[in-house]
Design a protein around this ligand. Structure first.
Ligand code: FES
Ligand SMILES: [Fe+2]
Length: 410
């Protein structure tokens, strides 16, 4: 029997987002994706990592940003400043750094040994006398705009960013300010490439309507019960292009036997228990102070999720490759384990999260197959899918305003 719940509180969907079905074209059209590439991804700030990945001077990592066919070299200089460059040699365009991460005093291109400082300046050119008026100062690595927020490293590929990262993040940045991201420094990384449009991937993570159905064998019991069988949000806030919602947790959860063992040694993400009494959440989290609050879902446009809880946080980043191919990365952050038991319990949680995301990944590709088939012309979003409706409205707004303004940087 299907439970029927009364509506609780006002509608989450503001009137300006409308109520009508949404056109399917932006989720399947390669032409529309080209507009998104120009008017969204080349304009907005994109998260590529965290400062903990490059703690020391000279530490670097390389990040492929497939939506631009770009390879970004992110490095902490000898002065401690984080900089980013296109990982492309000024001589004949080879990739300067082939490793994915490391520590360096300088970068030496393998092809002919042109040498660059950590600040991108061209330092050395073997047999320089044989060049014709080569100006070293014109041949530095090409910089990419970089900015930091709460330890997250963001890049902007515009010729000139329209606004600072802090202005871009606006109210959502302020809401999350002070969350103890650095305390949850132990992490596991999962990654995959989905044969689906990036928005289909994002949408699969920004509603709880599917959790009791698709995830009934995995996380369903943690986030649904007879009290909230359809995973309704506790609250929803929109912050410009970004959004944030409080996720309900089942406080009467009866863990399965292996879960019981694991949960004894590590409090799972989304529980009402603390792992560290010193961890204080910013006041904007769980704005309604609901006792069933489990996790705050925060979506930084276009595709970065920051799920924060008392026990740790989970990041998802969706960056497109093509209109039907999306790179997904997930980081699951905990406090560093204090014992082998806690390490086991954290690994158990990571496996449980992985199983859930396998369900999501398969589901995302099946959705895209249906979208691609052309059988339907529109998607239907209910009130608890308000974030999906907001996402497509923001996408359409960027594309419309970008097309009216001309090329990025103009
Ligand atoms: S391409 Fe880098 S030194 Fe020649
Ligand atoms: Fe899911």
């Amino acid at each position: 029997m299907v439970a029927v719940l009364e509506r609780q509180g006002p509608e989450l969907t503001p009137p300006e987002l409308g109520r009508a079905p949404v056109s399917i074209e932006p989720y399947r059209s390669s032409a529309y994706f080209e507009l998104e590439r120009e008017h969204i991804f080349k304009r907005v700030w994109l998260c590529v990592g965290r400062e903990e990945e490059i703690p020391g001077n000279g530490d670097f990592f390389v990040k492929d940003v497939e939506v631009f066919n770009a390879s970004a070299l992110v490095v902490r200089g000898q002065d401690g400043v984080v900089r980013a460059f296109h990982n492309v040699c000024s001589h004949r365009c080879n990739k300067v750094v082939w490793e994915s991460s490391g520590t360096a005093k300088q970068f030496v291109c393998k092809y002919h040994h042109w040498t660059y400082g950590l600040n991108g300046a061209l330092r050395g050119v073997p047999d320089a006398l044989m060049f014709f008026d080569l100006q070293k100062s014109d041949c530095a690595l090409t910089p990419i705009y970089v900015d930091l927020w709460e330890g997250f490293i963001f890049l902007n590929f515009a010729p000139r960013p329209a606004e600072s990262l802090s202005a871009y993040l606006g109210g959502l940045g302020r809401k999350l300010q002070g969350y103890p991201f650095a305390r949850f420094s132990a992490y596991a990384k999962l990654a995959a490439t989905f044969k689906a449009n990036w928005k289909v991937g994002v949408d699969a993570f920004q509603e709880g309507y599917h959790v009791g159905a698709l995830h009934r064998r995995t996380i369903g019991p943690q986030f649904t019960s007879s009290l909230n069988p359809f995973g309704r949000l506790i609250s929803a806030e929109l912050f410009g292009p970004h959004r944030s919602g409080s996720i309900w947790g089942n406080r009467e959860l009866r863990p399965r036997p292996t879960e019981l063992t694991a949960f004894t040694y590590n409090t799972p993400i989304g529980s009402d228990k603390e792992v560290d009494a010193e961890i204080v959440l910013p006041p904007g989290i769980n704005p309604t102070r609901d006792p069933n609050w489990a996790v705050e879902m925060n979506v930084i446009f276009p595709g970065l999720f920051v799920f924060v809880s008392r026990q740790g946080y989970i990041l998802h980043n969706f960056i497109p490759v093509t209109h039907e191919l999306t790179r997904w990365e997930c980081h699951i952050h905990f406090t560093p384990p204090r014992s082998a038991r806690q390490l086991f319990a954290q690994q158990f949680s990571i496996c449980a999260v992985r199983d859930t995301f396998v369900e999501d990944g398969i589901n995302i590709e099946r959705s895209q197959e249906g979208i691609r088939s052309g059988a339907k012309a529109c998607l239907h979003f209910q009130d608890n899918e308000v974030f999906l409706r907001h996402q497509i409205a923001v996408v359409e707004d960027y594309v419309r305003r970008g097309a009216a303004a001309g090329p990025p940087g103009a």
